[in-house]
Design a protein around this ligand. Structure first.
Ligand SMILES: O=C(CO)[C@H](O)[C@H](O)COP(=O)(O)O
Length: 224
């Protein structure tokens, strides 16, 4: 199976997983990226079974609307039943690295609000230790050099993601060569650097369930 076929299988499994939990008042949180895009396409098939969505990026909002699925501002909804999103890496504690698509801040906000966070990923994302994927950090533009120097002190090698501006008007530093043995501590430490908006470690709010697309089927993991 190709990687796209694995992504489609996990996206399909996510719709099957959330569908019985939804009612006419339900709000679904929707992530960003190629796996989330497949999820949006399958979600359209059940659009009559829930109220609407909150999107973690302008791109996902546009795709949802193109299917006729309502998209609400987060401030106008009471809560989110479940949030479905991809990841760049996932470990056995269902702690994640996210932000390869530069949407990490809104993704973290939607995850924080959601009652259940369903991560969907193909098997290439499953890792014993986070950090092979360069860690995205969203930074206020004027603080880019300051934050880069502080990230070097934490042992990383930050690289400015050229030509990328986030939906919030900020820039991304991708931090290479971090061995993330203490994900919660590093998530907090990086977020405490002045000028950082947030970083792509999702350990303080990990996923609740991971639907992993593998060549032998979609496997379901809960946090260990
Ligand atoms: O965090 C993300 C976007 O900011 C994505 O979830 C992550 O990059 C995975 O993307 P894909 O499903 O395309 O592999």
């Amino acid at each position: 199976m190709t990687q796209d076929e694995l992504k489609k299988a996990t996206a399909r499994a996510a719709v099957d997983y959330i569908a019985p939990k939804l009612d006419a008042d339900s709000i679904v949180g929707v992530g960003t990226g190629s796996t989330a895009n497949f999820f949006i396409d399958y979600l359209a098939e059940i659009k009559g079974q829930f109220d609407g969505t909150v999107a973690s990026s302008d791109a996902s909002a546009e795709r949802l609307r193109s299917h006729g699925i309502p998209v609400y501002d987060l401030n106008s909804v009471d809560g989110i039943q479940c949030y479905v999103d991809g990841a760049d890496e996932a470990n056995p504690a269902l702690q994640l690295i996210k932000g390869g698509g530069a949407a990490l801040t809104r993704e973290k906000i939607v995850a924080a609000v959601s009652s259940e966070f369903v991560c969907i990923a193909d098997e290439s994302k499953w890792v014993p230790l986070l950090g092979d994927f360069p860690l995205p950090v969203e930074v206020i533009p004027m603080a880019r050099s300051l934050v880069a120097r502080e990230l070097v002190k934490l042992g990383g090698d930050p690289v400015y993601r050229q030509g990328v501006t986030t939906d919030n008007g900020n820039v991304i530093l991708d931090v290479h060569n971090l061995k993330i043995t203490e994900p919660k501590a590093l998530e907090e430490a990086i977020n405490n650097i002045t000028g950082v908006v947030t970083n792509g470690i999702f350990a303080l709010r990990p996923a609740d369930i991971l639907l992993l697309g593998t060549t032998s089927g979609v496997k379901t993991f809960t946090a260990k």
